[in-house]
Design a protein around this ligand. Sequence first.
Ligand code: NAD
Length: 475
Amino acid sequence: MLIGGEWIAGSGAAFTSVNPATGEVLAELREASEADVDAAVQAAHQAFVSPAWGGLLPAARAKLLLRVADLLEEHADEIARLETQDQGQPLNVSAGFSVPNAVEHFRYYAGWVTKITGVTAPLSVPGVDYRTTREPLGVCGLITPWNFPLMILVWKLAPALATGNTVVIKPAEQTPLSTLRLAELIEQAGVPAGVVNVVTGGPEAGKALVSHPLVKKISFTGSTAVGREIGAECGRTLKKVSLELGGKAPSIIAADADIDAAVQGNLLGGLLNSGQVCAAYTRFYVDAKRHDEFAEKLAGAAGSLRLGNGLDPEVHLGPLVSAEQVEQTARYVALGEDEGAELLTGGSRPDGDLAGGFFYEPTVFAGVKQDMRIAREEIFGPVLSVMPYDDPEELVLLANDSEYGLAAAVWSRDIGTANRLARQVKAGTVWINMMQGLDAAAAWGGMKSSGLGREMGWEAIEAYTEVKSIWTSLT
Ligand code: NAD
């Protein structure tokens, strides 16, 4: 782990990071103890008030972020391969999406550094001048999940640094390697020691960070259950908090949709990173007249995808991240069958060469009912549920009948239908006639139990700063 510019092993129990495609151990690490977490927070606190960071002019801070982006781009191939080995995502995802998105975020937020302004306001008080400034919060704890370890970290880190905060990062215990490599590049870029610290380990290290009194904000991406606990603890200690949590994104395929385009977009939107995507399209509401056509085409396309080690450039789907994730997926598939859904393709683990890794076949169920657990709960694996709807009026009620509200998709050739549905669906992001898109300039986050707050765009600048009002007497 990296604490105050020193690379140390940490003093807690040893654990390993495993390549999910092969089961091979990639690295041995140690859990951060409470003392390690405290040392990291103290280092971040010292760095926050130091002239080397706190006194840096905005243009110099922007230059550092641009340098980090350049270094990440220079090492893109190496880091993409590392991400593929540690997380499992195929190279076309890590090299084609995760690393470029991280580079884009550093550049985008480098641009903001010199443009973070306050306001002046005409107060109805005689003889005063009034303005606001935006100030950094202090030490921010960034806790990340295992599905997009580098990219999701950078969604937090780039705006946190752009606004002058310091951070302690706690990557997921399953996938710490790209975070540690990025921390090396950040050092190499010349970011002062203590500004970025990394503690490794699991929930206990995360809890120590969340409850630390010197931490001013927690930004967490992960499960809704853990998000609730973190939110409660941040309430007790009055920390600011951003929560990016689970999802069960509906994808609505109207009667007039271009079915072939919808199949292609939903295949990618449902199975990207083997379905380990919080915004994965997983419950497909298809007009009853098109249900069978859509379900059969989707199952045919899913069944033809190539599974394998993500380092092979021909592979479409890599492994799941861990044996637990495979078990969870298998449990839900069994539930779907028990509940009476029709299994069209998949439904088991592949054998042969892939038996040593954590693979699961892409699985499509048709004729799924709203009350089945596969239609309601987040599976976080390659399992897609197709459901017919008869009544377009009832459709929005079905789509919104979920505790989650992260994302949704609408497929219709009619601009009015598509936009009416987009307005009515309760979700932080709605994509019309497209698979999921992400951009540093587009706000990201969930409604309902999918989270609190927004990442990306100007919203992230607000999330890592607070407003100060300054009054001046003119007399
Ligand atoms: P998780 O909640 O189990 O763990 C996430 C992180 O929190 C890990 O680093 C973990 O070590 C840490 N952690 C666990 N318990 C903690 C505690 N009590 N206090 C502090 N830290 C703790 O989630 P996961 O299984 O790693 O990730 C999958 C989940 O993440 C899914 O539910 C998925 O939908 C969600 N996710 C959401 C988004 C989004 O943007 N909304 C993006 C990716 C993943």
